[in-house]
Every structure is written in structure tokens, then in C-alpha cells.
Write a protein that binds this ligand. Sequence first.
Ligand SMILES: [Zn+2]
Length: 130
Amino acid sequence: MSLILFDEAKPRVEDERPVNEASHGHGGKRNARSRLWQHPFEPLIVVPYRVAAAIAVMEMGISEYSVIADAVGLTIEEVERVDLVEDPAVRRLALARIPVGESFKLSRRVRCPKCQARVRLVPCIGCRSC
Ligand SMILES: [Zn+2]
């Protein structure tokens, strides 16, 4: 009996399969939808990839929640929560900013407010190189 109970408690095996994109140490957890992103220089900053992407889009100067939500695959409410920086990790990231060299792939293109290019990777590479 006790053996069965023990056996039932055991199989909490996280299947951590390596994720190709964003392999900064902690690549992904479980599936792509909930995968996490870790700041390369601030190990305490770990947020969902989409949240980091949303911040990157905001840093480009895009402030329309619906546009950001579409681009990164969050709901408008989730984008609003990111913008309100209620989460401590989000707050740290907003202060630390997205590091140079880091880029996020969007599910939908956005128009860069500076160079008007429609970009799928944020921050806008074109603008960043100037
Ligand atoms: Zn640009």
C-alpha cells in the first residue's frame, strides 16, 4: 500500500527538453508557450519570454496595448499588467532594460515608430545599429 502511494508521489519528472532559441542557461520550461527568458547579466530577472518581448516592443516606443498584445501573443490585460510593472521581476527588467544584442521574435510584425520598418524581431535591428 505504502509502496503504491510512494510511487504515485514520485513521477513529477519535468521534461526539460532543450529549446533552440533563447538558450541562455535556463532555456525553456515544458513548452514554448510558457517558456522563460532570463536576463543575461541579471540572473534574478526571469520573466516569461512574451513578457520580455512586450517590454522590448514598449521600449521601441509602441504604447498601444492591442498592438503589443497581437505582436507578442499576450492578452491586452496581460500587456496592461506588464505596463503597470506590478511584478517585481518585470519591474527589475523595466529598470535594467532589454540588453543590447538581445532580440525577441514576434508572432506578428510591428511597425517601428522610428524608421517605419515592419519588424518581426524586436528591438528594431535597423534602429539599434545607429
Ligand atoms: Zn527601426
